[in-house]
Design a protein around this ligand. Sequence first.
Ligand code: ZN
Length: 247
Amino acid sequence: MSSTRPLIAVLTGAGISTDSGIPDYRGPKGLWQRDPAAQDLVTIGPYLADPDIRRRSWLLRRDVGAAAAEPNPGHLALVDLERSGLPVRVLTQNVDGLHQRSGLPDRKVFELHGTAQRVQCVRCRVRTPMSEALDRVAAGEPDPACLACGGVLKPCTVMFGENLDPVVLGRAEAVANNCDLFLAVGTLLQVHPAAGLVRLALDAGARLVIVNAEPTPYDDEAAEVIREPISTALPALVRRIIAASRD
Ligand code: ZN
């Protein structure tokens, strides 16, 4: 990496999207942990085996999708960072697509848990927009099947019981391993792959800055820990980073 244009890795978790009205389903206090029956809706085994689980899963997705979440100042701050000319890669645990909606190029966003913006047929692997599947649900199909082959459709998210995409993970690890600055935003850094990516970056000598309301296991190793709300803290941090890069 060129020393004049240091690579910045930004790992984002549910915390950056809560101000957009998206609840943290997956976290320790999230719906999937509090309600094991709800967790079946996003666990690959039950989802594939039980049409009734799929029917309830589509209804939940339809209700969540109806919220029509918009990017918030936290997302927009990362767009400012990218447009400043600094090399930025966003590694996100979120599946909401808000980094891309806010204006980050697709190629600079690595979606560790996949995306809820598309669905995939488990048989023929064809991918189609989530909105089309939800339109079919709204039109009365309780469990819309693949229009090409009749197979089961699932969101392109990594469900419980599924592995992360090794290609996406490998690219994220390469970024963590090569970055000069690693920002961890809105994530507790407690589980794979977030914890492993931070470890990689620290071991490679990166400076770690954490923006999170609650303590994380890496706070002691961070150069800076910011506890303020992400929607205000991240724009301020980004302004400082851009200003420092121009000194
Ligand atoms: Zn198919």
